[in-house]
Design a protein. Structure first.
Lengths: 603, 603
């Protein structure tokens, strides 16, 4: 089957149709009984469909011979009952199909979601959120459309066959006349499908552009306001918006053309049947009632035929959607818990042994790192941007697996730990803060939802956030927008810091945790932290002099290697990279720098 | 104005399209209803002829063609009429469908445009509170739903109504007696449709809301994946998603069941069957000819489509109107910052600024806490004002008031003695530049980003400001230089780089008043020096408010404002504040206490 695949990503894979069908049937497994009823229902309705017209035909025959109403009565009543029966059948079928479809879709959605939750971080690094989103929402919608259509497709196909068979039995000559239309119907349906697909593609792309432009304008609204760019933005948007309209018109031409054309063809059918039929009557090869029957059957023949043609394309795109969803479900997860995982309370003794890491082949980020951190020790990692400092944190959390060497906690390789057990005992406060929508309290409690008010207050005090939280309209219960909208960068960092502290991890990694906090507040945090860090292992990645100087040991990194280690005084004396770094990196936080740089302002 | 009025006004704007639509709709329905008449005529003839032929064949066995030629010609003539009616019908059908679709897209286009422009004009406060996802779902999903309601909704609605009127009138003409059946059925019919409507409404709304909820949940858990990993919350997230998808499934299933049980169809089927039953009696009783019965039954069948269409239209009407309501509500929500009736023009700005007793609290929030409390201050033109304070002290809020992103709840702000409320917003903002705390760059080229506030700037001008902002060097370092695309589809810039582009962007506009909200922390001394230099360049020849942690910048400001929890604690120059203000003193004290600093001092 030819499938329109949309944007390709590297975990996308090709499934054969058989594979997809087999895979899909697995989801239907739990609904065997319901499915059987559905199949019976489809067959029954297809067979029954031809009977009402037959009743009419018979009644008509009798009326013609003036046989009297009593003779006609059984057929007339039969018509009533059969019609009602068909309706009931449709209702029951509709309900059963809905139930199965919705359950299956839900199952597929949740499986996709679970797979996403377990997916390696590398997976998310590589692609835009919108793309993944669309697989969970749009593609599952397309799949659900397909499911609804599949039953109709089969029932239409069955109706088509039954009706056709019956027509042949009744009058093969007239059937052939009717059949002449079939290729035209099919041809028109196929041609229009192609045109529709192309124009729909253009139109969708144009809509995508409108949405993207809209989204960006709203995201950057404050800038637009600040620069008084509203008018210009409106003009730009108008152009894109008008484009969409243009494409929509083109598409409308194709989409709206198909039905009237079919209708025209069916009129020709009526025309043909009546004319040819009449001539047959004159040749005594048919009766008037046969013609009536054919006219009645014509609708039941043409309609399914057209539907079958158009439903085929829905099924096709449903298959493509299925392929895209299964690609996510099946995307290989590299980082998983081992078979017999170690689960235990860790002490916090960390050792890196000859750790080598590269995200992209040939571009090493860490080279041969060997590092031993005693439990309870506090170390600072310093180095130029890109020296590999943050990678140490990501690797310790096992967000990524290392290429060579090993990382051990309490002498057990982290790959042997249960993943959840490992991560729950390590806290990472990163520079890049993500808060969830919800209240401030919800966010602080994220890692420890059952924390008491006292515990929450304690961490708030440690990160010196009490003052600004009090200033919020509803204090701790203030609702935050998505990603903590409404708070400044510094405030968000403080909340994220509190969140991690509340989870009470044994190992704490601070990756520029207070970079956006003002110097005074940071100093207060630092003081409070000293006590807190006493009984846990901490790794601090920082550019602030004060933070670094408080640590037991400083690790100096350069281009993925550890080049020096020791305390501040020792390293300064060594006159190596650290003292050089100090001169360029940290000096600007000293008073001396302030007067030095002040020259810039006084030119 | 209600959302219904608003929607209808949008619809009525397209009078021409509407007229064409109606004209062709009536032609279409006329031809649809007339066809059964022709079919009936033919049957009348055929029945007569078969009778004649039979008796004739028995008596003579002679050629039939000759004898019945006139009758056959009559049939051919009627057949041709059917054909012509068919072609006219197809043509009219196409035209009306196409025009309807165009109408729908045109209305959607206009609504989207209105909505977009309205969103741009909304106050900053609005954008701070409302989720982007919420706006986007209205701009995309809801506008699409409205579109579907218009096409094919409107067409269906009129088609169904007109078909009903036409067919029923013809039926009355043929047999008033039989038509009385319809009359009896009518109340049930109306009840069925109303009942359907009533059941579906809450479900439609619930479905829309649940869909939106699910989408934002999904988005959040995808963007916040690192935090989820960090706190090992995967299972909780899955559980929650499971609950939400379950809810959606239940809603969808309910909806499917309601739709399947749409019993107006059953009523129509029953009426057709009963008319046939009764009609056949009338024929045997001699009150009705066979041809009339055929016409009548065929007419009844044309009622099937409207019944189905009514059901569909009602469903989509609900969804469409709910969508219109959502869009309209968001547009109507909340005030704009009011523009003065006769604005005073601000030109040749000196940059003298006066805050007079300014208080502010965010509206629509439960507590009455003021974010700013009675701030009074005068700033001379051309001076540099540094604002310092703890997070949440109101620094950024004060600046938002100056730009009139909000209006103060109390007090006034003057620029060069003119109350900013008396100026046009565009006039005010054209003189104020801003470099935000979180730099937002558009996914365009660097050149476009710098030229954002002055789109017709030459490359020379752009390069000049980029140099002043210390950005030229790294921009030239990219392969494509100024044509490098930034953001999701392009290169990722570091915080410092973004900031310098923002500085260039502000410099190009050359505002008389500049607000610099500087939350970034420097990476290394070289970058720091560059940023400081860029800032120093920016300060020249304008009034600048600067919120920063950079002590050198603070120290060199003409005036320093010390804010604390919304109060202006102190203001003055560095030399004075260091002696009088404890908070301020502490900021610098910290650094003078640091060992390296002490060592230098001791030396």
């Amino acid at each position: 089957m030819m499938r329109n695949l949309g944007p390709k990503v590297d975990y996308d894979r090709q499934y054969s149709d058989i594979e997809l069908i087999k895979r899909f049937l697995r989801y239907l497994g739990p609904f065997k009984t319901l499915l059987m009823f559905i199949i019976i229902g489809i067959i029954a309705s297809a067979v029954v469909t031809i009977f009402p017209p037959i009743m009419v035909q018979n009644a008509f025959d009798l009326l013609e011979t003036e046989a009297g109403w009593l003779a006609v009565l059984p057929f007339a009543i039969g018509y009533v009952l059969l019609s009602l029966f068909l309706w009931v059948l449709q209702v029951v079928l509709g309900i059963m199909v809905t139930i199965v479809t919705q359950k299956v879709i839900k199952q597929i959605q949740i499986e996709t979601y679970i797979s996403l939750q377990e997916q390696d971080l590398m997976f998310f690094d590589k692609q835009a959120t919108g793309q993944i989103m669309s697989r969970v929402t749009n593609d599952s919608q397309e799949l659900s459309d397909m499911l609804n259509v599949v039953t109709q497709f089969f029932s239409n196909l069955l109706i088509l066959v039954t009706v056709l068979g019956w027509m042949f039995i009744v009058n093969w000559r007239l059937t052939l006349v009717t059949l002449i239309m079939a290729p035209f119907v099919f041809l028109v349906a196929l041609t229009f499908r192609r045109i529709t697909r192309r124009t729909t593609g253009d139109w969708r792309a144009a809509i995508g552009a409108v949405n993207a432009s809209f989204q960006e304008s709203v995201s950057g609204i404050s800038i637009a306001k600040a620069f008084g760019r509203e008018e210009k933005s409106k003009e730009e948007f108008e152009v894109i918006n008008n484009d969409t309209f243009k494409y929509a018109k083109k598409r409308a031409f194709a989409v709206m053309g198909v039905w009237p054309l079919m209708d025209g063809i069916s009129t020709l059918g009526v025309f043909g049947i009546t004319l040819y039929g009449s001539s047959l009557i004159f040749g005594d090869l048919a009766t008037a009632s046969t013609i009536l029957l054919f006219l009645l059957l014509l609708n039941r023949f043409l309609y399914p035929l057209v539907r079958v043609a158009s439903q085929f394309s829905t099924i096709q795109s449903g298959f493509a959607a299925m392929e895209r969803i299964f690609s996510i479900v099946d995307a290989e997860i590299k980082i998983t818990s081992p078979e017999n995982p170690t689960i235990k309370k860790i002490e916090g003794h960390i050792s890196f042994e000859k750790v080598h890491q590269e995200y992209e082949e040939g571009v090493p980020v860490l080279k041969d790192i060997t590092l031993d951190i005693q439990s309870g020790e506090s170390i600072a990692v310093v180095g130029h941007t890109g020296a590999g400092k943050s990678t140490i944190a990501s690797l310790l959390m096992r967000f990524y697996d290392i290429n060579k060497g090993s990382i051990k906690i309490d002498d057990v390789d982290i790959r042997e730990y249960d993943l959840h057990n490992l991560r729950s005992q390590i806290g990472l406060v990163s520079q890049d803060v993500f808060l969830f929508s919800g209240t401030v309290l919800d966010n602080i409690r994220y890692g420890h939802p059952t924390a008491s008010k006292e515990e929450v207050e304690r961490v708030i005090n440690i990160v010196a956030a009490q003052e600004f939280i009090d200033a919020l309209p509803d204090g701790l219960d203030t609702e935050l927008g998505e990603r903590g909208k409404g708070l400044s960068a510094g405030q968000r960092q403080m909340i994220s810091f509190a969140r991690t502290l509340l989870a009470n991890p044994k190992i704490l990694i601070l990756d520029e945790a207070t970079a956006a906090v003002d110097a005074y507040t940071e100093w207060k945090i630092q003081e409070a932290l000293d006590k807190l860090l006493a009984d846990r292992t901490s790794i601090v990645i920082a550019h602030r002099l004060t933070t670094i100087k408080n640590s037991d040991r400083i690790i100096v990194m350069d281009q993925g290697k550890i080049v020096e280690e020791g305390n501040h005084e020792k390293l300064m004396k060594k006159k190596g990279l650290y003292s050089e770094l100090y001169e360029t990196y940290f000096k600007h936080q000293s008073a001396e720098w302030i007067s030095e740089i002040s020259e810039v302002f006084t030119d | 104005m209600s959302y219904k009025k608003w929607f209808i006004r949008h619809l009525m704007k397209e009078k021409k399209l509407f007229t064409i639509l109606m004209t062709f709709l009536i032609i279409f329905i006329g031809t649809v209803s007339i066809t059964p008449l022709f079919v009936g005529d033919i049957f009348e003839e055929l029945v007569k002829q078969t009778g004649a032929v039979n008796s004739f064949l028995v008596s003579s066995g002679l050629s039939i063609i000759q004898l019945n030629a006139p009758a056959f010609q009559g049939i051919i003539a009627t057949g041709i009429l059917i054909g012509i009616a068919g072609i006219v019908r197809a043509g009219a059908d196409f035209t009306q469908s196409y025009v309807n679709e165009v109408l729908a897209h045109k209305v959607t286009k206009n609504v989207t445009k209105d909505f977009y422009e309205n969103m741009l004009e909304k106050s900053q406060e609005f954008h701070d509170r409302v989720r982007i996802g919420d706006i986007m779902s209205r701009a995309t999903y809801d506008s699409r739903q409205m579109n579907i309601f218009i096409s094919p909704g409107i067409k269906f609605l009129f088609e169904a109504s007109f078909t009903l009127i036409f067919s029923v009138s013809l039926m009355i003409w043929i047999s008033p007696k039989l038509t009385s059946l319809l009359l009896i059925a009518l109340p049930f019919y109306v009840i069925a449709i109303r009942d359907y409507n009533k059941k579906l409404r809450p479900i439609s709304r619930a479905q829309m809301e649940q869909n939106g909820l699910l989408n934002s949940r999904l988005q959040e858990s995808l963007t916040g994946i690192r935090v989820i990993r960090n706190f090992v919350k995967e299972e909780d997230e899955i559980k929650e998603f499971d609950i939400e998808t379950d809810k959606l499934r239940d809603i969808n299933t309910q909806r499917g069941i309601i739709a399947a049980k749409y019993y107006a169809v059953a009523i129509t089927v029953l009426i057709i069957a009963l008319s046939f039953l009764w009609g056949s009696y009338e024929v045997t009783a001699g009150n009705l000819s066979i041809g009339e019965l055929v016409t009548y039954v065929f007419l009844m069948m044309t009622l099937m489509m409207p019944t189905w269409q009514f059901g569909w239209t009602i469903t989509q009407f609900q969804v469409g109107m709910a969508a219109a309501k959502r869009i309209f509500e968001m547009m109507e929500r909340e005030e704009y910052v009011p523009e003065p009736a006769s604005p005073v023009e601000l030109k040749d700005v000196q940059g003298k600024i006066k805050f007079d007793n300014v208080s502010f609290s965010y509206t629509g929030e439960s507590s009455k806490k003021n974010s700013l409390e009675k701030i009074s201050l005068e700033v001379k033109g051309g001076s540099t004002v540094a604002i310092i304070g703890n997070p949440g002290s109101g620094k950024s809020t004060l600046m938002k008031l100056l730009m009139r992103l909000y209006d103060p709840t109390e007090g006034e702000i003057f620029i060069d003695g003119i109350n900013i409320k008396d100026m046009c917003l565009s006039n005010l903002r054209e003189h104020i530049g801003v470099i935000e705390q979180e730099i937002f760059l558009f996914s365009k080229t660097i050149r476009d980003n710098i030229a954002y506030g002055k789109p017709n700037a030459t490359l020379e001008e752009i390069k000049k400001v980029a140099k002043l902002a210390q950005a030229h060097e790294f921009i030239e370092g990219f392969d494509k230089g100024y044509e490098t695309v930034v953001g999701e589809r392009g290169v990722t810039l570091s915080g410092g780089q973004k900031q310098r582009i923002a500085i260039a962007r502000a410099l190009l506009v050359d505002p008389s008043i500049l607000i610099l909200d500087d939350a970034s922390s420097a990476i290394d001394a070289e970058t720091e020096r560059k940023i400081q230099t860029a800032i120093a360049n920016v300060l020249k020849n304008r009034t600048t408010f600067i919120i920063t942690h950079r002590l050198a910048t603070i120290k060199n400001a003409d005036v320093i404002m010390v804010l604390r929890n919304g109060h202006l604690m102190d203001f003055g120059v560095h030399e004075d504040l260091i002696l009088t203000n404890v908070d301020y003193r502490r900021l610098f004290e910290r650094f003078s206490e640091l060992p390296p600093m002490k060592i230098k001092e001791e030396n």
